[in-house]
Ligand binder design. Structure first.
Ligand SMILES: NC(=O)c1ccc[n+]([C@@H]2O[C@H](COP(=O)([O-])OP(=O)(O)OC[C@H]3O[C@@H](n4cnc5c(N)ncnc54)[C@H](O)[C@@H]3O)[C@@H](O)[C@H]2O)c1
Length: 522
């Protein structure tokens, strides 16, 4: 596509594939709204007071029909919005068209090149001479990362006159990011610094983005407050059980003994990738980690095994290794479905969405109802950040939404499913020490919260959820060293692997602690 900005007759900027699909987009939005009760309830409750009046929101999140309902909720609450997708394949072109026509500036189309993707990302941040956005809705953290890298480059440029060197990275996509920052420096050497100063905060949608935020918090480099929407309990997950329910025999690979135990308890087998290479029909990566399925693995798979990813980026599957494998042949069956044939065996594998999110690249993401829960959390997070913009309540840290708001999101979705809640009596409420109107569970209560025990005392440790220093537990339990941990549905913490103070394993064992780290059992 020629990279130039288009304008509606009313002057709103956009770049989408095909404006003639806007009416089709509107028909689908009308259907989705019925399935998104949380977002529609936000419009009814907050719309009249226009809480986002004056707020400029930039979003980087799959430009689907469900996202269109999120965008129109933000605008119904008074916000001005600019949007791009967070994935080159995930845009539904009719959704982009209708939003560009009716509601917000959109820069997104299905099948962007990486160059185009970053152009769109830059445009979503381009609020003209007034500077950047007030708020960001991010999914995977690309917009947050661009601003952080931009500020870093501008500070270095001011001090030393040095510009970023794209060849300093061997990652093709990061080279593009460094190039756009470098190209912008001479014309506007304070672009990202000004943006950072204006920004009230970001709400982040997914595990990978949240991981990046916690890493920045630990390094002390996070430039603005962040709300982690991913770990709201009402955000749903569960690819393995969905496949099982669809009749598949599901085998899970895991590195974490507790997740492995959970999978086993759900009746799933746990093996290594190597164990199943010759037998599995479909391989789905979803670790948020890199180098999970390498080209040597792919060569050992059965003919036409399907290889795909639903983790965030394209580095779980070794696409580079596959492309560079001598003699390998790529046959495109249809867009986002390629058969790769190995020269020696003449057998092939089928890779979906070029190793990127296949549920958005080859399908249309999660159902509206599922997205309603997580997007309602997004709206509430954005409202909270905007409301507290001058109060100092939120520092340059990562926060999760408080329990009562999570419960509110759940409550907004119950009616649609025909549920009726039981009301506590005053007597019962007193007996279990909770208020009649909630919150009903302690903040740490959720079914799969991970407490990362930072045994290495490494500030860059993957502090996914709550970092617990080993000393705190040692003090309470009298035990020298504890390794991995997991918070159970009850709120108790299960610890595996006991060892000595220097990190030498003493042997495997399980220990059950309550949320205050008191020992409940071994
Ligand atoms: N496609 C989508 O619609 C969608 C939706 C939500 C999340 N995501 C993405 O999916 C990814 C996973 O998210 P999550 O919330 O399930 O994270 P999670 O941390 O709960 O689950 C990932 C699991 O992978 C395991 N793991 C890590 N390295 C491994 C390895 N080498 N081999 C085997 N297992 C390994 C971890 O122990 C963990 O249990 C993230 O990148 C997230 O951004 C995608």
């Amino acid at each position: 596509m020629a990279l130039s900005v288009d304008k509606t007759s009313g002057g709103r900027e956009y770049k989408v594939k095909d404006m003639s699909q806007a009416d089709f987009g509107r028909l689908e939005i009308d259907l989705a709204e019925v399935e998104m009760p949380g977002l529609m309830a936000c419009r009814t409750e907050f719309g009249p007071s226009q809480p986002f009046k004056g707020a400029k929101i930039t979003g980087s999140l799959h430009m689907t029909i469900q996202t269109a309902v999120l965008i129109e909720t933000l605008t119904a609450l008074g916000a001005e919005v600019r949007w791009c997708s967070c994935n080159i394949f995930s845009t539904q072109d009719h959704a982009a068209a209708v939003i560009a026509r009716d509601s917000a500036s959109v820069f997104a189309w299905k099948g962007e090149t990486l160059q185009e993707y970053w152009w769109c990302t830059e445009k979503s941040l381009d609020w003209g001479s007034g500077g950047g956005p007030d708020l960001i809705v991010d999914d995977g953290g690309d917009v947050t990362m661009l601003i952080h890298e931009g500020v870093k480059a501008e500070e270095a440029y001011e001090k030393t006159g040095k510009v970023p060197d794209p060849t300093s990275s061997d990652n093709a996509e990061f080279q593009i990011v460094l190039t756009i920052i470098k190209d912008g420096l001479a014309a506007n050497p304070k672009k990202y610094t000004k943006m950072k100063e204006r920004l009230v905060g970001v709400s982040e949608e997914t595990t990978t983005g949240v991981k990046r935020l916690y890493q920045m918090q630990a390094n002390g480099t996070l430039l603005f407050p962040a709300i982690n929407v991913n770990d709201s309990v009402t955000k749903s997950k569960g690819c393995a059980s969905a496949l099982k329910q669809a009749g598949a025999r599901v085998i899970v690979t895991e590195i974490d003994p507790i997740c492995a135990l959970q999978a086993l308890m759900e009746g799933l087998q746990v093996l290594t990738l190597e164990d199943v290479l010759p037998t599995a029909d479909i391989f789905v990566t979803t670790t948020g980690n890199k180098d999970i399925i390498m080209v040597d693995h792919m060569k050992k798979m059965k003919n036409n095994a399907i290889v795909c990813n639903i983790g965030h980026f394209d580095n779980e599957i070794d696409m580079l290794g596959l492309e560079n494998h001598p003699g390998v042949k790529r046959i495109t069956i249809k867009p986002q479905t390629d058969r790769w044939v190995f020269p020696d065996t003449k057998t092939g594998i089928i890779v979906l969405a070029e190793g990127r999110l296949m549920n958005l690249g080859c399908a249309t993401g999660h159902p509206s109802f599922v997205m309603s829960c997580s997007f309602t959390n997004q709206v509430i997070a954005q409202l909270e950040l905007w409301k507290e913009k001058s109060s100092g309540k939120y520092e340059k840290k990562v926060y999760v939404l408080p329990k009562h708001l999570d419960e509110k999101v759940a409550a907004l979705h119950l009616g649609k499913l025909g549920a009726k809640l039981t009301k506590l009596t005053k007597d019962q409420a007193d007996y279990i020490s909770v208020p009649i109107e909630g919150p009903y569970k302690p903040p740490h209560y959720r079914s799969s919260r991970v407490y990362v025990i930072d045994t290495q005392k490494n500030p860059k440790a993957p502090s996914l959820y709550k970092v617990v220093q080993p000393e705190d537990i040692i003090k309470k339990t009298g035990l020298a060293y504890l390794h991995t941990s997991h918070c159970l549905a009850s709120g108790d913490i299960m610890i595996s692997c006991l060892g000595d103070k220097d990190g030498n394993a003493e042997g495997s064992g399980f220990l059950l602690l309550d949320s205050e780290f008191n020992i409940k059992g071994r």
